[in-house]
Design a protein around this ligand. Sequence first.
Ligand SMILES: O=C(O)CCC(=O)C(=O)O
Length: 270
Amino acid sequence: MTATYSLSEEQVRFYQENGYLQLLNVLTADELMQARQALDEVLEQQLDARHDRSEDAEYRKIFVQKVNLWQVSAGMRRYVFNTRLAEIARQLTRANTIRLWHDHALIKMPGDSKASSWHQDIPYWPMQEDGALSCWMALDDVYVENGCMAFIPKSHKLGRLEPINLKAPQDLFKLVPDEQARTLNLDFTPRFQPMPAGSCTFHDGRTFHYAGPNQSSKPRRAIITIYMPDEIHYNGNPHIVTDDLQLTPGATLIGERFPILAPKPMVATA
Ligand SMILES: O=C(O)CCC(=O)C(=O)O
């Protein structure tokens, strides 16, 4: 997984302006097959509470969520350490270095499926700075009816709002100050992101996003890799990924639990 993905300056600008970007067919057919296989194998395993967030039946209607699978599966580690994806994250954020925050698999099961309500990610992450971003990789073809992602362009410019309770949805849009919406000229029409398997979207942790219920007859599988640009500091809030680390507020999120996935490129010297 080393070949680079050629990103245009226009795509980088689109991401910076709108807070998300869709990229089609980023994985090769082999990489897609390996990622599906790795995920399906890990779903057979009994995972402890540090890796399994789907113990609650109501939550499972939204999605089955498994966290930091790179730590429990060689195949998932190969996927998460994909330098091509991390390098895209580095370019989109214009960062020097990209580190892993965590990965998670979100599987929307068919049947009694619920929407992933409109939310931002950053309010749930214990980070002092903004800028962390997600790569949402479709392992199945996704479309509106099985729960593809949707975004609100430019909503990242609103900054951090209050965290929404995903199980008892509040209306995220009610939290938006009218004046800010006017100043930013926000258009709240959702931009749905249907795409074939092996394609992905990147979104900033502040961008409003949503996925509808899975109304198809098959699971909708996605692997999300969350990247941190440059130095991000711990803000002291609880989180499944940091709870066992006894970090002090202000600590930099570095070290083997937050590995560098895209290093600062070497500058050629004369
Ligand atoms: O996949 C979903 O249903 C929601 C994804 C999401 O909220 C995220 O990747 O932050």
